[in-house]
Design a protein around this ligand. Structure first.
Ligand SMILES: NC(=O)c1ccc[n+]([C@@H]2O[C@H](COP(=O)([O-])OP(=O)(O)OC[C@H]3O[C@@H](n4cnc5c(N)ncnc54)[C@H](O)[C@@H]3O)[C@@H](O)[C@H]2O)c1
Length: 393
């Protein structure tokens, strides 16, 4: 197959979905209400699941990703399989010339991300996007605009507590690949938090160092991390704390940004952004003010209620990017940052060491391989081999 340039129809793309579990089947449903996408083909190694979706949507069905890729029924492919397969299937799809949308995380570890990104050799002709649906939330978009425009001034401290990812033991027991080093490649940082780690990078860039404290199986009978608190340091001297767990309820999703021009808080339960805006910068107040004289601050509540159309918006944007060259909301290659942050936090927490970024991809891969070797959990089904990294360096 040659590299795809333009789908046959100017109105819609023909999409193939690989992996029809919770997320893949939800995407199939969603596409029914999306004008610029037609569900052309699906694939799952679970034949009963595949048959159900094929009969419901009347599309082509394939038992393997290779068959779907070789069939040529689609312009684009969405991968919603367990994590390791994102790399292997993603590379095959890109090499075959398909536009590609990958569920988060784009890969399990940095070296695999690099391999996947390298396979995207024609970015001018081929759209490669990642399912970071939280980027459609207008609150985060507004926060980004406040940061990028300089309205907040220099950032001094970030604190993100994202502990409303509660999952029960039954959730972890629902799939053999879940919460295993061989199947999922990590826990809360690899499954639930890729969204916030993506936003962390999108809003603030990458830290230069971090130190995480964490636990594997603190709240659940699992071999991967379910509780992490991480200290972050940035090149401009800003610091941060990122806290997450799947073992707390009700939990909270609260982002605080202490900047030179004030304090911004976005708490998703409150559903609004509040900014306490300083009349003068903290830098100036430290230099000029009396001993206890804080800058005066004014409370601003931003009138935003729109949390975005999430997965539907990412899907539509992906199709628009293919059909009309619209800018991609979350480019696939940006997916490496959330993976690198997750890898660094896991490595730091489990080795009790401060980690400097960028991390050494090979060292992390070897660490992960050792975890897989030491695992006592039986191997999940599917292609869960950690991919060969011999060509990476
Ligand atoms: N963006 C989001 O909001 C969001 C939410 C949940 C899950 N996810 C992501 O979606 C992906 C899938 O998660 P899920 O919860 O749907 O998992 P799941 O276990 O419910 O479904 C995975 C499906 O993939 C199939 N599969 C496994 N290996 C395959 C292969 N090699 N080829 C074809 N099919 C294969 C399985 O049979 C299963 O049907 C993960 O990357 C997960 O992190 C994203």
């Amino acid at each position: 197959m040659t590299i795809t340039t333009q789908p046959a129809s100017p109105e819609h793309i023909r999409l193939g979905i690989i992996g029809l579990g919770n997320m893949g089947s939800s995407h199939c449903r969603l596409i029914e209400s999306i004008d610029n996408i037609v569900l052309a083909a699906v694939c799952d190694i679970d034949s009963a699941r595949l048959a159900k979706i094929v009969s419901r949507y009347g599309c082509q069905g394939y038992a393997t990703s290779t068959e779907l890729i070789n069939a040529g029924d689609c312009d684009a492919i969405l991968i919603a399989t367990p994590h390791y397969d994102h790399t292997t299937i993603g590379i095959a799809a890109l090499k075959a010339g398909y536009h590609l949308l990958v569920e988060k995380p784009i890969s399990v570890h940095k070296a695999d991300c690099e391999k996947l990104i390298r396979a995207h050799r024609h970015p001018d002709k081929q759209v490669f996007a990642a399912m970071f649906n939280q980027r459609t939330n207008k609150h985060y978009q507004h926060i980004k605009q406040l940061i990028d425009s300089g309205e907040l001034g220099q950032i001094r401290r970030i604190s993100w507590t994202i502990t409303d990812w509660f999952r029960s033991q039954r959730y972890y027991d629902s799939g053999g690949w879940r919460a295993t080093w061989a199947g999922e490649g990590g826990g809360v940082l690899l499954n639930q938090c890729p969204h916030q780690l993506d936003l962390l990078h999108w809003l603030f860039g990458m830290p230069t160092a971090l130190r995480a404290q964490g636990h594997v199986g603190k709240h659940h009978n699992i071999e991967v991390e379910d509780d992490i608190t991480c200290w972050l340091e940035y090149a401009n001297g800003a610091t941060g704390v990122f806290t997450t767990t799947t073992g707390e309820a009700p939990g909270i999703n609260r982002l605080e940004i202490a900047a030179d021009r004030g304090l911004l808080v976005y708490d998703t339960a409150e559903g609004k952004i509040t900014l306490l805006k300083n009349d003068i910068t903290v830098t100036q107040a430290i230099k000029d003010n009396g001993p206890f004289e804080k800058p005066k601050s004014t409370r601003i509540e931003f009138d935003i209620i729109d949390t975005g159309r999430q997965h539907a918006e990412v899907l539509e944007n992906f199709a628009d990017a293919i059909l009309h060259g619209t800018e991609v909301l979350a480019k696939g290659n940006e997916g490496i940052h959330s993976v690198e942050l997750a890898n660094a936090m896991i490595y730091s927490a489990l080795n009790g060491k401060t980690v400097k970024l960028p991390i050494n991809a090979r060292r992390y891969t070897n660490f992960l391989k050792a975890r897989i070797r030491q695992s006592t959990v039986s191997k999940p089904q599917g292609n869960t081999e950690i991919t060969d990294i011999s060509n990476t360096f």
